[in-house]
Design a protein around this ligand. Sequence first.
Ligand SMILES: Cc1ncc(COP(=O)(O)O)c(C=O)c1O
Length: 403
Amino acid sequence: MQGFDVDAIRKDFPILSKPVNGKMLAYLDNAATSQKPLAVIDGIKYFYENLNANPMRSIHSLAEKATVAYTEAREKIAKFINASPDEIVFVRNSTEAINLVSMSLEFNRGDRIATTYLEHHSNILPWMRLKDAGVDVDIVDVDENFDLDLEYYKELKENTKLVTVSHESNVSGTINDVKIISRLAHEAGALAFVDAAQSVPHMKVDVKNLGADFLCFSGHKMLGPLGIGVLYISRDVQYGMMPFLLGGEMIRSVKLDKVEYQDVPAVFEAGTQNVEGAYGLGLAVDYLNQIGMQNIEAYEKSLTNHLYKAAEEVYGLSVYSGRSRNRGTIFSFNLKSLHPHDVAYLLDKEGIAIRSGFHCAQPFVEDKLHVEGTARASLYFYNTKSEIDRFIKSLTDINTTYG
Ligand SMILES: Cc1ncc(COP(=O)(O)O)c(C=O)c1O
């Protein structure tokens, strides 16, 4: 972890030094959204003070600056995941990316889609909707450690058109073998979609190495602004995809009897683009690159190990995450028979922010964890061991008072 200085990093995030409920904030809700560094906050102000215009349309100088800002952001983000700029579509978030693919690929009656038990609702519902059109949807099962059943992928059913899987689960923290799953999908003639909403912020993701045809992530979970996300579409599968939003700047020519669409990415970015968001996400990527994704991954690993070790000392804790051989920074739990919302409320009084509920993964939480919700702490590289110690101490205190 060369040059990794968490105290210096924390100074870049103004919100981290603002008290909450009279206590120092310990922000442990990073799987929901990340905090933003000054480089992004100030950069957005700079954008509106210096670069703002409608891009890709007007030819005046300011519009040219906005176009350059948007184009350069796409280039940076492409490089970040080892893609080409013409494989990067800007969307609102991972949810929109998945919906876009579900509506833009052609699915016919009798086609099959395989999603999994570990998915966020956004990687289940858009596919389930296709059932109405006669598409079969399989839900790949998990074992007792919440690892996916790889045997399913080794014997993919003949009519499987698409396999979709999260890189990292937002509840169990399982990091799935998406490279192997993509290879097995391709061997069976299917396409592979990876929901990387929980992985791209935390580790080096190389789309060429993973081999997926589609991959998505949300800017707001990786220091970027809200309302900007990325859908990677490999050049190999772009041909024939139909836009699901129609309108300005996604066409080459419009005659009233014939329309010609642009290529990817423009064809999927109808209407005025979120230039502020793309620009801000580009700055977030600069910031992450400056820290180094390998440094981030190594630091977060030591932080996560510290958390799991410390949690062993808390009486009455049921831990649902981290059982897989390959785990991320998610820590899902319940404390005795307390409702997770009560645990989150009591921690909030101590300035500790976590999430509670189904985490938009109700089938997994109900069918596999057999509970009505969990509490969840999730880490990022600006968290510290002392914040984790505060969190653990607060759980112990809650135990003493309410257990
Ligand atoms: C694994 C996973 N996929 C998709 C999403 C949806 O992300 P967004 O709400 O940014 O669209 C989330 C959000 O938590 C997630 O954790």
